[in-house]
Design a binder for this molecule. Structure first.
Ligand SMILES: [Fe+2]
Length: 454
């Protein structure tokens, strides 16, 4: 089976089929840097569209976008002021200065020399440098994420004792895993608020686009393209684009997948609450089976060895905190009950098409995560309720852990909700099954909405 078969984008097997927006980024960039054609650009029929030495500005872009080009546009472009290896390493240093907990991990693991060597001496071809330059100018946060994921992925690969060649591929995959985003519509990427099913599908296509892009470069090992295709797949089959499971997933994609999730948690959720990387442990425990167990073990061991400590709030009202966690835990319990009562666990046969299987896997993933965490149910509710009445300062660490775990469960439920509409429409499930699941997911959405309104 080829890597691109049996996935929700099986028709997207050639870059010519991509609704490519790269030229729009280049035209915008031409307003501040020189973006010049390095050779005549012609369409597939040989018609000249843009002479060598022309600025790729908005007018040129409008012309180019109407045609299928004889070769990828990036092969015919020269940028002024491209980024270089020193720039990438400096960016890493900037991040380690911003996130002092990451600096602590970096120093404790004696990672400076290896990181410097890798960032400064891993060769990237000119087209890849061009793409990273455009990403840096047009979507700077994406380059921050790329550098963070390259750093963390390499650190995990070293902790796992992977060989030199695999470490090299892991670094590249971390750096390039979301390169497909620069070819997507900026309008969809920057959209505030909920995405339609079609827009969500467009976002998901970045894994396939990234893989197709990298496959064009003979100097990029095949393991890197495979990892890019797989970085949103999960070991229990709940990922995309092909719902692969641990028997046919590569290790690099899972390392990059966990690094990618951690970037989002550390720089957004944790930043708002003053948490550090050590606070990731409850998240990792809940996801011990989501990525390969060896990846979980390596990252947990890095965090435990770092000397960092869990961030415990010092001036909280225990009673109030227990009460608010009780309310959250109840709402998430209702959501889980609704999903459980839909009997989706027994619908494997009805949900056997690509789309249906995706919803089945995402739903069973969240249900088993909830069961194994013990987060919802009588015991924990009773304990929180009791604590709200009789606050115990000794319980602060446990409350903190529950808070972190509820965040993860909330996110997982939200993710499942997001894929429901699109998946059901194309699932070929019976009207009765569709009704049942829509009803369950509407309840889930209402429970989550209630929490988000608070
Ligand atoms: Fe991604």
């Amino acid at each position: 089976m080829s890597d691109n078969s049996d996935n929700i984008f099986e028709d997207l097997d050639d870059l010519d089929k991509v609704d490519d927006h790269y030229v729009e980024h280049l035209a915008q960039l031409d307003e501040s840097k020189d973006v010049i054609s390095s050779q005549d650009i012609v369409n597939k029929k040989g018609v000249l569209l843009c002479k060598k030495g022309t600025h790729v500005n908005k007018d040129t872009a409008e012309r180019l976008i109407q045609h299928k080009l004889s070769q990828p546009l990036e092969n015919s472009i020269i940028l002024s002021d491209s980024i270089d290896y020193a720039f990438l390493f400096k960016k890493l240093q900037g991040q380690l200065d911003t996130y002092q907990d990451c600096r602590t991990i970096h120093d404790k693991m004696s990672f400076e020399i290896m990181a410097k060597k890798t960032f400064l001496f891993t060769r990237l071809n000119p087209v890849i440098i061009q793409k990273l330059t455009v990403i840096n100018e047009q979507m700077p946060e994406q380059l921050d994420k790329a550098v963070f994921c390259a750093w963390l992925s390499l650190l995990i690969a070293i902790e796992m004792g992977l060989d030199k060649d695999t470490r090299h591929q892991t670094y590249l995959a971390g750096l390039l895993h979301d390169i497909g985003f620069i070819h997507l519509s900026p309008e969809v990427l920057n959209k505030k608020g909920g995405l339609t099913a079609e827009e969500w599908r467009a976002i998901q296509s970045h894994v396939v686009i990234g893989k197709l892009l990298l496959e064009q470069h003979k100097d990029i090992p095949a393991g890197v393209s495979k990892a890019i295709l797989e970085h949103h797949e999960r070991c229990d089959g709940s990922g995309y684009p092909a719902n692969k499971n641990d028997t046919n997933l590569g290790i690099i994609g899972q390392i990059v997948g966990v690094a990618d999730s951690i970037y989002a948690i550390r720089t957004k959720q944790f930043e708002r609450h003053g948490r550090n990387m050590f606070d990731l442990l409850p998240y990792l425990q809940m996801n011990a089976k989501t990525y390969f167990y060896d990846v979980y073990k390596a990252l947990s061991s890095i965090l435990k060895y770092s000397g960092l400590k869990m961030t415990l709030p010092t001036d909280i009202d225990i009673s109030q905190r227990a009460d608010s966690l009780y309310v959250r835990s109840q709402a998430l319990s209702h959501a889980i009950d609704a999903l459980q009562n839909s009997n989706i666990m027994d619908m494997s046969d009805q949900l056997s098409s690509n789309k249906g299987r995706s919803l089945y896997k995402v739903s069973t993933h969240v249900l088993s995560m909830s069961n194994e965490s013990g987060l919802v149910g009588g015991d924990i509710h009773g304990w929180l309720k009791q604590l709200a009445k009789e606050p115990d300062p000794e319980a602060i660490a446990e409350l903190n852990e529950i808070d972190l775990m509820l965040n993860e469960l909330h996110w997982q439920l939200k993710n499942a909700c997001r894929s429901c509409d699109d998946s059901l429409e194309k699932s070929e499930a019976s009207a009765e099954t569709q009704f049942k699941l829509r009803e369950a997911y509407t309840t889930v959405g209402l429970c989550l909405g209630e929490l988000e309104d608070k």
